[in-house]
Design a protein around this ligand. Structure first.
Ligand SMILES: [Zn+2]
Length: 176
């Protein structure tokens, strides 16, 4: 009875080892790294995130350059303001947020990454709730807040800029 049981244990041990080496230890360490929030994010997803961040700043630059040309003076990413608005004019209590279709889960273009779906759905949900919180904060404090979608800028930058100029002009005339 003794030898049989010992063989059985060896097999189990061998199975455990091969599974551990093949599936968990080495390959995962290469592919997985921690994101800015300390979350586990795949290398591929990190690449996509970096790309999204770069395209977000390109988007912001297109809008801010166009506004600047129209004579509007403002601050970009003012850390002293709640939610760090992309564009702000404190004097007129104006804040403008430029929302990426992915990060802000646009109903038309927001898509869920294929891997780590649980992580992403939680993260995008948090972003959405954060947007609601920011909107409420500014409304409650009588600021003029406007959100512009990435797709609006891509579709018609001139229209977006015209609307923003009108919005800012309106805010200038405001009583508060
Ligand atoms: Zn969109």
């Amino acid at each position: 009875m003794q030898p049989q049981s010992s063989t059985k244990n060896k097999i189990i041990f061998a199975d455990y080892l091969s599974e551990d080496c093949g599936k968990t230890s080495i390959p995962r360490k290469k592919e997985v790294a921690r994101g800015p929030m300390g979350d586990l994010v795949s290398k591929e997803q990190r690449r996509k995130n970096m790309k999204a961040i770069r395209s977000q700043s390109k988007l912001e630059n297109r809008v801010s350059r166009a506004l600047w040309k129209r004579g509007v003076r403002f601050r970009k990413n003012d850390k002293s303001l709640f939610g760090k608005p992309d564009i702000s004019i404190k004097k007129y209590k104006v804040v403008i947020f430029i929302d990426s279709c992915f990060w802000h889960a646009c109903e038309r273009h927001g898509n869920m990454p294929k891997t780590n779906q649980e992580y992403w759905s939680e993260k995008l949900e948090r972003n959405k709730n954060r947007d609601i919180e920011v909107n409420e904060y500014y409304k409650n404090n009588h600021w003029h807040i406007k959100r512009v979608w990435e797709h609006e800028i891509k579709e018609n930058l001139e229209k977006v800029v015209n609307n923003l100029v009108d919005f800012i002009e309106y805010a200038k005339k405001g009583d508060f």
